[in-house]
Design a protein around this ligand. Structure first.
Ligand code: 7RM
Length: 633
């Protein structure tokens, strides 16, 4: 739908300059030409980072689902909107056209209304990756209810915390879900979560695994019969530009998760525009993002961004290892996927399995590859580029956050080259700044600092639900008049950015600032290393010393020679200063459910400060923590 596209470096620079010099004209033009509005705005941007307060397109009215669905019906009604690929490869995939999506979203919206959900109410969605997940998200947006999707891998206590924090009135769940060879019993998790929640009036339950579950009379309702009875016409509720669209929780370094609040118009414009330009979506393409809709990546780049562009977006229920490690590539072949967007952790896990899982498949439909979520190490970047992209697909290493709503720094395919481990250049309207310890901006190139953003962009989170003070303290207090990302970054001689990791991952060894990412890169170059994580621990002389946790491809190779080789690689690539003081071989690294390595826990282990590891129950693999502790030095 969005016809504006950046095609070369010159156009990138022209557009970028325009977006920075005249941001209001720039965004107003995009907003006006590419979306359906019920009423135009009276003010494009109003902001003050000291409160902080940001509003975009004030005075405008719209409904995002009309932009995602209704306006595509005339020309693209029969085009596939959502292509569902089930966990079991022998079950049929399901193609949901825009027309059918329209009906199903409307029916669902009418069910929400029939259960008393009104504009502004919060609805918790706790579903596996089945079409009902995307449909319920859109149904909420249709009637102006604020969705709060909680990733279906979270525990009952994580779920109840999130339900209570924003006073949800309803939970949408399923009897369970399929994930690889396992089934998860979602409804029973909801039942135990709700023992600690008072505000829930109803629970809608989709049928997926046909398990025996308990239904609480008057509270729990099977979804299917309600949908069958519901009308497939539902007028879209008129929303103000700054009405909240959704809340999505992101874990803070300590304490309660933060309910990031995203609003309607700015989020819509930015999600759609980044999707079009970064993934260069063409009308016949099949686009696939492997994230779960429970994360921001799924919100912006499985649901909203693609549908706003009238795209076909693939939703995969399963996991990369089921029935075997070729599953991703078999899906690419089966559906002729053009754009493939995944996380570095998945790439490393698949690379570890070797090429036998890749070569049987025809990957020639691929045009663009993307990564998100963590710094991608050079080794993984090259594997992805050589073996998946066959050296002909640009890789977009997209840096962004739950808080930013959309991609902030990323290559634009065919306009300029990606560079391994670099997110490269800021997207339109994004004004990054690198800051030093004294709070001054570091100008010029070939410099390193803490990454801030100096100017508002349309999809930034507007607040933390119920706690504006925490929003201000977390993001707008470290540096005056700037949004602080919490990440460190360097800017190379060409002005390209490399994200070096969370700032608390920066380790100062004998007065040298070392980012963890480049050291991990060096280690991962070793042919027998699958993955690694570096943390600092207190050292009497150096201040901090380096501790490396390293997972090998073949664990029968645990030798001191290997340790020496690893240090030689580091020495060669970064310098002797970055050599590791301790190396521990591990069978796996503790990860969050979205695949980020939990360096916080490793840091405690390395520092022998394990009395309080914090909450590890939300980890993907809590069991590795014990083993790592037992074998630590
Ligand atoms: C989209 C998402 C945000 C944090 C962010 C970074 C890290 C994300 C990259 C990256 C290096 C990247 N949202 N991060 N993308 N680091 N290169 N391309 O992941 O809220 O879950 O996480 O993830 O530290 O601050 S998130």
């Amino acid at each position: 739908m969005i016809n504006f596209e950046i095609k070369n470096l010159k156009e990138y620079h022209e557009n970028y300059s325009e977006s920075v010099e005249n941001p209001e004209v720039f965004w107003a033009t995009i907003a006006k030409e590419n979306f359906t509005w019920k009423r135009p705005w009276t003010q494009v941007l109003d902001w003050d980072f000291s409160i902080p307060n940001v509003s975009w397109f004030k005075g405008a009215q719209l409904n995002i689902t009309e932009n995602c669905i209704d306006r595509h019906l005339i020309i693209n009604g029969n085009k596939t909107a959502i292509l569902f690929e089930p966990n079991n490869p022998n079950d049929p995939s399901e193609a949901i056209s825009y027309k059918e999506l329209h009906k199903r979203v409307n029916q669902f919206a009418n069910v929400l209304k029939s259960k008393g959900i009104q504009k502004g109410d919060r609805v918790c969605i706790y579903l596996p990756m089945i079409p009902e997940l995307a449909i319920s998200v859109l149904a909420c947006a249709r009637i102006g209810a604020i969705h709060s999707v909680v990733f279906a891998g979270f525990s009952a206590s994580a779920l109840s915390t999130r339900i209570n924090d924003c006073d949800c009135k309803m939970v949408i769940t399923s009897d369970g879900g399929f994930r690889g060879a396992k089934t998860i019993n979602l409804k029973s998790i909801v039942d135990s979560a709700l023992m600690d929640c008072n505000g829930i009036e109803s629970v809608l339950v989709a049928k997926r695994i046909h398990s025996d579950i308990t239904m609480v009379r008057g509270r729990d309702f099977w979804l299917e019969p309600l949908l069958e009875k519901a009308s497939d016409e539902c007028e879209a509720t008129v929303m103000d530009a700054e009405d909240p669209l959704f809340i999505l929780y992101t874990s803070g370094s300590t304490g309660q998760p933060k309910g990031m609040v995203h609003t309607t118009a700015g989020y819509m414009v930015y999600a759609a525009y980044t999707f079009k330009n970064i993934f260069q979506y063409q009308p016949k393409d099949v686009y696939w993002c492997t994230a779960d809709i429970g994360w921001i990546t799924g919100h912006s780049y499985i649901v909203y961004g693609p549908l706003l562009n009238g795209a076909t977006t693939l939703m995969f229920e399963g996991v990369p290892s089921y029935p075997d490690y070729g599953r991703f590539w078999s899906i690419v072949e089966k559906h002729k996927v053009s754009q493939f967007y995944t996380a570095p952790t998945a790439i490393r896990a698949l690379a570890k399995e070797g090429l036998d899982a890749v070569t049987p498949y025809d990957l020639s439909s691929l045009k663009i590859l993307g990564t998100v979520g963590e710094p991608i190490n050079e080794e993984a970047w090259h594997w992805y580029n050589d073996h998946i992209g066959k050296n002909k697909c640009p890789i977009v290493d997209t840096w962004w956050q739950t808080e930013t709503g959309g991609i902030m720094i990323s290559p634009i395919p065919n306009s300029f080259e990606g560079k391994p481990a670099f997110a490269t250049l800021p997207f339109m309207g994004i004004q990054p700044a690198l800051m030093d310890e004294n709070g001054n901006e570091i100008k010029g190139n070939s410099v390193e600092g803490r990454l801030c953003i100096k100017f508002p962009w349309p999809s930034m989170a507007r607040t933390i639900w119920g706690n504006h003070q925490r929003y201000k303290e977390t993001y707008f207090s470290a540096y005056d008049q700037k949004y602080f990302t919490g990440d460190g970054a360097l800017r190379d001689e060409n002005g390209h950015y490399r994200i070096t990791g969370r700032v608390d991952d920066v380790i100062i060894v004998s007065g040298h600032n070392l980012g963890t990412a480049p050291i991990e890169d060096a280690i991962n170059e070793h042919p027998n290393v699958a993955e690694s994580a570096i943390v600092g621990y207190p050292h009497a002389i150096k201040g901090s010393a380096l501790y490396g946790f390293v997972t090998l491809k073949n664990s029968h190779d645990l030798t001191d020679t290997l340790k020496t080789e690893i240090n030689e690689l580091i020495s060669k690539q970064i310098g002797p200063i970055a050599k590791l003081d301790k190396i521990q071989f591990t069978s796996g690294l503790p990860k969050t459910r979205s695949g980020k390595i939990m360096r916080r826990i490793l840091r405690k282990i390395a520092s022998q400060d394990t009395s309080n590891l914090g909450d590890i129950s939300t980890l993907l693999n809590p069991e590795v923590v014990d083993t790592i502790m037992k074998n630590s030095f």
